[in-house]
Write a protein that binds this ligand. Structure first.
Ligand code: THU
Length: 129
């Protein structure tokens, strides 16, 4: 099984593909599936700004589009080790409400790890429909 530090490194490696010419704020993500596969994502910005896609959503959408919907953890890396935005939390809770979210900086220092249901309490999900 891949270590948290290796997952963080995969997210750091992915940042070379960030497309963030407007914010210059690079974010990388590495999603670990239950099958042990690592799927990376980066933030992809847009001249019209609002179509921008965060790194976490890129990773999840890549995975779902390949038929992979069960996840164990996700590493998210950025300057300052930020935590996922609300939209990404909502997207992740659809498939993995208890996913572990590892937040690290671009040097690989893990700031903290929290379960998604700690980051998004009392969430709205498929069970509510
Ligand atoms: N961003 C992410 O990719 N993930 C986050 O969790 C926070 C924000 C991106 C979106 C945008 O490209 C840049 O960071 C600045 O907001």
């Amino acid at each position: 099984m891949i270590t948290d530090q290796e997952l963080v490194q995969a997210a750091i490696d992915a940042t070379q593909y960030c497309y963030a010419p407007y914010s210059n704020f690079k974010v990388g993500a590495a999603l670990l599936t239950v099958a042990g596969e690592v799927i990376t994502g980066v933030n992809i910005e847009n001249a019209a700004y609002s179509p921008t896609n965060c790194a976490e959503r890129t990773a999840v959408f890549k995975a779902v589009s390949e038929g992979k919907r069960d996840y164990v953890k996700i590493a998210v890396v950025s300057k300052g080790a930020v935590s996922p935005c609300g939209v990404c939390r909502q997207v992740m809770t659809e498939f993995a409400p208890q996913i572990e979210v590892i937040m690290a900086d671009l040097e690989g220092n893990i700031r903290h790890t929290l379960r998604l249901d700690q980051l998004l309490v009392d969430s709205f999900g498929p069970e509510n429909l």
